[in-house]
Design a protein around this ligand. Structure first.
Ligand SMILES: Nc1ncnc2c1ncn2[C@@H]1O[C@H](COP(=O)(O)OP(=O)(O)O)[C@@H](O)[C@H]1O
Ligand SMILES: [Mg+2]
Length: 254
């Protein structure tokens, strides 16, 4: 088996009284595409937020490419120091449902900002990378546009370019097409498919069942903070347990 890029073991997360992640383990190998599906409120976003350290876990461990970001010590979750976390953060990027572009920056500035300001990449190199990405994502003519001048699908492609500009090893998507009109969904899914063809390692939370079925190496169905079923798309969609069957039936109908 190839190298493990992301590993999470026995992750727990509570908000007050609410146990949102009860005991989740997930490992993603180099080049793998893992889709996370499940009903609203099952903890999918929280799982991504814990994986990308936007949220602190209450238990369990987290590592990227074998580097420990967090682990349990005396029943508590301890994180690596700031400097180590900064290095570990370079391994991944995150694409949100609502694009989260800076509204007062042009497309180009949105893409080069983090590489230049956070990653100490030279401006020329960052721009060179950005032009390549814009071309790849069909946005060459949009470098000087502001987000409000773009369609939702174009904005989402810019936010994918922005994440890729940091050259992550793992890319996380949290419902990347949920805020889009159906006719704009396709252009974003095509870009993700293109990345999968290039063997980008990805974890994708999605409601697009057909897409998850076709694209993923592995599908994880989450419910109430636990993994309810996990397997290849053939296993999960071809032989779903009762709960998954009910969910898929409901989602694929609408
Ligand atoms: N910051 C937060 N504070 C309190 N509760 C939260 C917070 N974030 C998420 N939750 C709760 O955790 C549960 C899981 O949410 P979420 O991870 O967003 O699920 P999903 O992405 O699967 O819809 C929900 O009940 C939600 O209300
Ligand atoms: Mg969510």
């Amino acid at each position: 088996m190839s190298q493990i890029y992301l590993e999470m073991n026995h992750v727990k997360k509570t908000f007050g009284e609410l146990e949102v992640l009860k005991d989740i383990s997930l490992s993603v190998h180099k080049g793998e595409v893992v889709s996370v599906i499940g009903p609203s409120g099952s903890g999918k976003s929280t799982l991504l937020r814990c994986a990308t350290m936007l949220e602190k876990m209450d238990g369990g461990d987290l590592s990227f490419l074998g580097e420990k970001a967090a682990w349990e010590e005396n029943g508590k979750c301890v994180y690596a120091n700031k400097k180590q976390l900064k290095e570990i953060r370079k391994n991944f990027g995150l694409v949100f449902q609502n694009f989260n572009l800076f509204p007062h920056y042009t497309v180009m500035k949105n893409i080069i900002d983090a590489p230049v300001c956070v990653d100490d990449v030279s401006k020329e190199e960052a721009k060179e990378r950005a032009w390549k990405l814009l071309k790849q994502l069909g946005l060459s003519d949009k470098a000087d546009a502001y987000p409000y001048q773009l369609s939702g699908g174009q904005q989402q492609r810019v936010s994918i370019a922005r994440a890729l500009a940091l050259q992550p090893k793992v890319l996380f998507f949290d419902e990347p097409t949920s805020a889009l009109d159906p006719e704009l969904t396709g252009e974003v899914l095509r870009v993700i498919r293109q990345l999968a063809d290039e063997h980008m390692t990805m974890v994708i939370v999605t409601h697009e069942m057909q897409f998850a079925k076709e694209l993923s190496d592995r599908v994880i169905f989450m419910e109430k903070g636990l993994v309810c079923q996990e397997g290849t798309p053939e296993e999960v969609f071809g032989n779903p347990n009762a709960r998954v069957k009910e969910f898929i039936g409901r989602v694929m109908q609408v």
